[in-house]
Design a protein around this ligand. Structure first.
Ligand code: ZN
Ligand code: ZN
Length: 452
């Protein structure tokens, strides 16, 4: 047997541009092809993939988040003509994100033509079904518990089992019951390590606080702003709010791309894609979809002109909750709301996602009360914020205990850490060295996975 190697084009000891080539003398399989999002700058591509694009046997995408899927259409431009494997929800979500990326960055990385070509070569696969990706190599998607359609990728490489986690979550969330493990022990584990030294509280405990606070604020006639990531966190937040009858009389306004992502989510409300518990909760509440509850109102439906709707909302005396993009406050509708509502000390903004260093969200999270809005749109504006800031410690990634569990339970003797930062990876290396051989990966240079 040949040595099997991994070459990383990003996401080694940082989060961004996840893209990993697994290769031996005869085969080349690419796992993910994402972009790196940098605050206030353009995205960064995983450049090394250009050199191998033509030689790839298959491309597999773990989930739709842009740091895992955003550069995929470029592979077509670089001459790759094979299949792209992903789950059906990943295809639906990624396509919307790709279109959005074209709007934001233009044809910097790839064009509409590249996207069209890729779209027709996508082959969708369900969880837990093996499929061939090269001679002697099969793949299987396994539930990741992260976002809709998210999968871990299990490769059977001529008898050697390699598990790439993509992004995983061990917590019971409104839609999922945590990640699944493969049926067999694996030889190699390539795992994300985002929360490598962080304990994430159980969802239910955070949910209770969110619901109580939302009710209190709205009952007093004030506004609660919940800036959220369009894919994943915003659906979870809306579901949490929808399943609380105490909030039935409180309008919940939805703004930004979240509305589209809700519609996609509605297509997949079956046991194949979401947890039984979630479907039972919906049934008990008499709902076909959490997003179609009476008090869930897309901002676009208020009037034909979105800006007018937002102003109307902000100026009305009605207490309400506004769930909107963008999650790190880098632009989009949340800037309009901060402009209109941020000066009122009775209003509240709740953070529900991690705020990356350098973003406007992080500045406010860390206590800044004067921020610049609309930076991208050429009509910059400085505003003083008086509204209260609340922090909800949600995470879409597995808690450190869940990470330790997958490292132990997978049976892997070789463990490679990716998608985390140096500090928490160091912590994990210490922990894991008694049960397996932990390794880090260098960027753009082959590291042996098996056969050392
Ligand atoms: Zn993700
Ligand atoms: Zn990720």
């Amino acid at each position: 047997m040949n040595d099997i190697n991994i070459t990383a084009y990003g996401a080694t000891d940082f989060v961004g541009r996840s893209s990993f080539l697994i290769h031996d003398r005869d085969h080349k399989i690419l796992l993910d092809c994402g972009l790196e999002l940098v605050p206030k700058q353009k995205t960064i591509a995983p450049v090394g993939v250009h050199d191998v694009a033509k030689e790839l046997d298959s491309v597999l995408i773990s989930h739709a988040h842009i740091d895992h899927s955003g550069y995929t259409p470029r592979l077509s431009k670089e001459g790759y003509r094979g299949n792209y494997y992903m789950t059906q929800p990943t295809k639906d979500i990624a396509y919307r994100l790709w279109l959005d990326h074209l709007k934001i960055e233009g044809r910097r990385h790839w064009s509409e033509t590249d996207l069209d070509r890729v779209f027709h070569k996508i082959s969708t696969k369900d969880y837990n079904k093996k499929f061939k990706v090269a001679d002697g190599i099969t793949a299987e998607f396994i539930h990741a518990g992260h976002i809709l359609g998210a999968a871990q990728i299990l490769l059977d490489w001529e008898g050697q089992l390699i598990l790439y986690t993509g992004d995983i979550n061990d917590r019971v969330t409104p839609m999922f019951d945590g990640y699944d493990l493969p049926n067999e022990k694996v030889d190699v584990l390539i795992t994300e390590s985002t929360n490598g030294d962080r304990y994430v509280p159980e969802r239910k405990k955070i949910d209770v606080g969110l619901r109580l606070l939302a009710k209190q604020i709205a009952d007093q006639g004030n506004k609660m702003l919940l800036p959220s990531f369009a894919v994943g966190r915003s659906q979870e937040t809306l579901i949490t709010l929808a399943l609380d009858n105490d909030l039935d009389d409180i309008p919940i306004y939805i703004d930004g791309m979240i509305v589209t992502m809700n519609m996609i989510t509605e297509h997949y409300l079956s046991e194949k894609w979401v947890s039984k518990g979630f479907l039972e909760n919906l049934k008990d509440a008499g709902l076909n979809s959490p997003f179609q509850k009476q008090n869930m109102i897309p901002v676009k439906s208020i009037s034909e002109r979105t800006h007018q709707s937002r102003r109307y909302l902000a100026e009305s005396n009605e207490g309400s909750i506004i769930v909107t993009t963008s999650g790190m406050l880098e632009g989009g509708p949340i800037h309009t709301y901060l402009d209109l509502l941020g000066s009122d000390e009775n209003n509240v903004m709740g953070f529900s996602g991690y705020q990356v260093e350098g973003t406007t969200g992080r500045k406010i999270y860390d206590g800044a009360t004067n921020v610049t809005l609309f930076e991208d749109y050429g009509r910059k504006k400085n505003v003083d914020l008086n509204l209260k800031i609340m922090k909800f410690p949600y995470s879409g990634h597995t808690s450190v205990d869940g990470l330790k569990q997958i490292m132990g339970d997978s049976g892997a003797k070789n463990i490679f850490l990716v998608h985390g930062d140096k500090r928490n990876q160091k912590y994990i290396m210490e922990y894991v060295k008694d049960v397996a051989k932990p390794s880090l990966i260098n960027e753009n240079a082959p590291t042996p996975l098996i056969g050392v």
